[in-house]
Design a protein around this ligand. Structure first.
Ligand code: GTP
Ligand code: MG
Length: 495
């Protein structure tokens, strides 16, 4: 059923949970100390001050140009979220990638093996690379989104290892909302695919959430192919693919263009960085996991669009530092920007991409940005660092097209219905004001006039910015609906 709604939010945004390492403030190097003019003077005693200044300016311009060329030639960056039902093997694959890319050595693996054995979780040693806190290791379940980096020939990747357990779906949403592409991990082990796929399993919920949250491409990793109940069976692999394809289609994925299936073993490291060993699996001649990731194309974004960076976290470090992913436009040191919705004008003092200080950064980059003109306590997750010329709209209500997935038992979806709204980094309680009309799924036209049910939040129309215009509604720990913003009302975007 599709319904048009107006939503009203009525409590303040709260913070989404991120893993300790993510929340931890990575130390930021000191701001540039001496001015370059000063450096120039010290190095070259000045006889003709005007000429020396001109030379210094030329030198500075050349250096900046070289830096920009270097940054422009840098490999592209993509965030990849690992999603799927609990125990499908997401953290194991993440750990294996770090091992295969040389970031974890044999000695560390032995240490994890010992620790996993002590906790009677022998087979979890690879997952321990990603699952870093005590609770996660003891239970063998990811709780908070793990983060790691690796590179292929063309691309720098940030892995976001989401939790599969249904209690931690809000954390999964925070991970998926930062991602460009998703790896849907499915366990091929007997019974495990079935449990994940059935109603109430997280395979379905994660796919629907990922699509809504802007994950445009999916790699479906059919994992545990080495398991004795599977033994690299083509029949089992085909069965999983045949079940998944119609479901992925109804979730909005074009299975020919946007989805690719791969058989792998995360635990054994098969078909990950190297092509499939034909002795292990003679029937698969497709690409390896890294080859797929290397070649994956994401929809181009407008590089000249207005700057938008939803803030996922902030901290104090020689001023205020905000973290987030650039969804539109670009940012340079010295830029004047505005923090919405509270309309605070700020100046960009420094930009950090991974561990590097950079002069400018563009779309898709995960950044830490040091700004002046605002205190960290005046910023909440879900606020948006935005261009001053065209700030992101801040609204107290909006009109949306909604697709109901599953309502809790006995729930009646009508005006006054309350749910938790997740949209980019915003998590906020909302209320349906009015059901405007029901849409006939066959004709895609409104059936009859009827209506559904804020504190202001930053959103965009889906047609203008998909990443800031798709949302999910959840109640009682379940995703009940996914939607897109079709119109804004009560917008206040003037700076
Ligand atoms: P959550 O974080 O709780 O959602 O689980 P997860 O998807 O991260 O799964 P995890 O990596 O923790 O692995 C769960 C179990 O599956 C562990 O016992 C792993 O050893 C096992 N496992 C993961 N990948 C494979 C695989 O390729 N083959 C086999 N045989 N077992 C695997
Ligand atoms: Mg995990």
């Amino acid at each position: 059923m599709l319904i048009l709604i107006i939503l009203i939010l009525d409590i303040y945004p709260c913070f989404t949970d991120l893993k300790d390492e993510v929340r931890e403030s990575t130390p930021i190097p000191d701001a540039q100390q001496a001015s370059e003019d000063h450096e120039q003077k010290m190095l070259h005693p000045v006889h003709n001050p005007a000429k020396a200044r001109e030379k210094a300016a030329q030198g500075k311009a050349a250096k900046e140009e070289a830096e920009e060329v270097a940054e422009a030639n840098k490999k592209r960056h993509l965030n990849v979220v690992f999603i799927g039902h609990v125990d499908a093997g997401k953290s194991t694959i993440g750990g294996q990638i770090l091992f295969l890319s040389g970031q974890v050595d044999d000695r560390q693996i032995q240490k994890y093996e010992k620790e996993a054995k002590e906790k009677s979780r022998e087979s979890w040693y690879m997952a321990y690379i990603m699952d870093t806190n005590e609770e996660e290791r003891a239970k063998g379940k990811t709780v908070e989104v793990g983060r790691a980096h690796f590179e292929t020939e063309t691309t720098r990747f940030t892995i976001l290892d989401a939790p599969g357990h249904k209690s931690y779906v809000p954390n999964m949403i925070s991970g998926a909302s930062q991602a460009d592409i998703g790896v849907l991990v499915i366990s091929a082990r007997k019974g495990e695919f079935e449990t994940g796929y059935e109603r109430g399993g997280q395979t379905r919920e994660h796919v629907q959430l990922a699509k809504t949250l802007g994950v445009s491409k999916l790699v479906v990793a059919v994992n545990k192919m080495d398991d004795p109940t599977v033994n690299w069976s083509k029949k089992r692999y085909d069965e999983i693919e045949q079940n998944m394809v119609p479901f992925l289609k109804t979730s909005g994925y074009n299975t020919k263009k946007d989805v690719i299936f791969l058989p792998i073993s995360g635990l054994m490291g098969v078909n990950i960085d190297k092509n499939m060993d034909r002795d292990v699996c003679p029937w698969f001649s497709g690409p390896s996991f890294f080859e797929v990731l290397n070649a994956i194309e994401v929809p181009p974004r407008d590089p000249n669009g207005p700057f938008r960076m939803p803030i996922i976290d902030k901290f104090k470090d020689m001023g205020t530092v905000v973290m987030g992913k650039v969804e539109s436009g670009s940012i340079r040191e010295g830029d004047s920007l505005i923090v919405m919705p509270n309309k605070e004008h700020v100046k960009v003092v420094a930009i950090y991409c991974d561990e590097d200080k950079v002069k400018r950064a563009g779309q898709g980059e995960n950044l830490r940005v040091r700004i002046t003109g605002i205190e960290d306590e005046d910023i909440l997750a879900g606020f948006v660092l935005s261009s001053t010329v065209k700030p992101v709209p801040a609204v107290t209500e909006f009109v949306a097209q909604l697709q109901i997935i599953e309502l809790p038992d006995n729930a009646i979806f009508t005006a006054g219905y309350k749910a938790i709204l997740h949209i980019h980094a915003v998590v906020e309680e909302c209320e349906i004001i009015e059901l405007i009309s029901q849409i006939d799924m066959k004709t895609r036209k409104p059936m009859k006039k009827k209506k559904l049910c804020i504190n202001s939040i930053c959103v965009e129309k889906f047609s203008d910015f998909l990443q800031l215009g798709r949302f999910t509604l959840r109640t009682e720990g379940k995703t009940i609906a996914v939607g897109k913003v079709t119109a804004l009302s009560g917008a206040s975007s003037s700076a």
